[in-house]
Design a binder for this molecule. Structure first.
Ligand SMILES: Cc1cc2nc3c(=O)[nH]c(=O)nc-3n(C[C@H](O)[C@H](O)[C@H](O)COP(=O)(O)O)c2cc1C
Length: 200
């Protein structure tokens, strides 16, 4: 499983959690990190062929960003608008990403309890992230359960250090796709029918 992490932070040198994630992921095996702000420059212009070739060389694509105004920073959107184009990601012949996985890796300033009905952000992260989910569906990708780090605007260094190994373990889990996990569980039940009694 090869993972491509597309990092969309406007200034990683001023970041805490996204910088820590980026550094740890850059050292991880089978992971390619790409700082979109550096690659795209001030104009946020991407070489479409380079970006698409990069996507095709990986199985799991990660969009990594800090949550800004209930969405991603503009460089993420600029990359999407230029790279996920007609005939590649959608439309006739646009099935090149089919079967790959998309995972959102996001940090928020607001605490977890604010992202609920009745909380001060009113909606859940699953609701806010729906445009990414539908992008994955349109492109024939499997949308994985996002990894969200809440309360990161005021996180202590200890909380950041603790978060990093959790994030790495999450991203490296080959069974994030529920179909894969379910297939293994079913196989386990087949191999050992006595387990069926425990789950029925
Ligand atoms: C322009 C801007 C918009 C933000 N919008 C939100 C938001 O909508 N919801 C939220 O929870 N935090 C918001 N924040 C807080 C950031 O998500 C938080 O500071 C970030 O995740 C910390 O990551 P970093 O240390 O990598 O920069 C915003 C911050 C900025 C600068």
């Amino acid at each position: 499983m090869k993972t491509l992490v597309l990092t969309a932070h406007p200034d990683l040198s001023k970041s805490r959690i996204n910088r820590a994630w980026y550094d740890a992921l850059s050292d991880a095996s089978n992971v390619t990190t790409r700082d979109l702000t550096t690659v795209g420059g001030a104009e946020m212009r991407f070489d479409i062929e380079v970006e698409q070739t990069m996507l095709l060389a990986h199985d799991r694509i990660v969009f990594q960003f800090p949550f800004y105004w209930y969405s991603a920073p503009p460089v993420m959107k600029a990359w999407m608008d230029q790279v996920l184009n007609y005939g590649f990601a959608y439309g006739p012949g646009g099935d090149r990403l089919k079967g790959r996985e998309l995972l959102i890796l996001v940090s928020t300033g607001g605490p977890e309890h604010s992202y609920h009905a009745g909380g001060y952000n009113n909606f859940s992260m699953a609701e806010f992230l729906k445009p990414f989910q539908q992008t994955a569906i349109l492109a024939g990708m499997t949308y994985l359960r996002p990894f969200v780090a809440h309360g990161m605007a005021v996180a202590t260094q200890e909380q950041i250090d603790e978060n990093v190994p959790h994030m790495l373990a999450y991203l490296n889990d080959p069974e994030l796709d529920p179909k894969v996990r379910q297939a293994r569980l079913l196989k386990q039940l087949e191999d050992d029918p006595s387990l069926a009694a425990a789950v029925s």
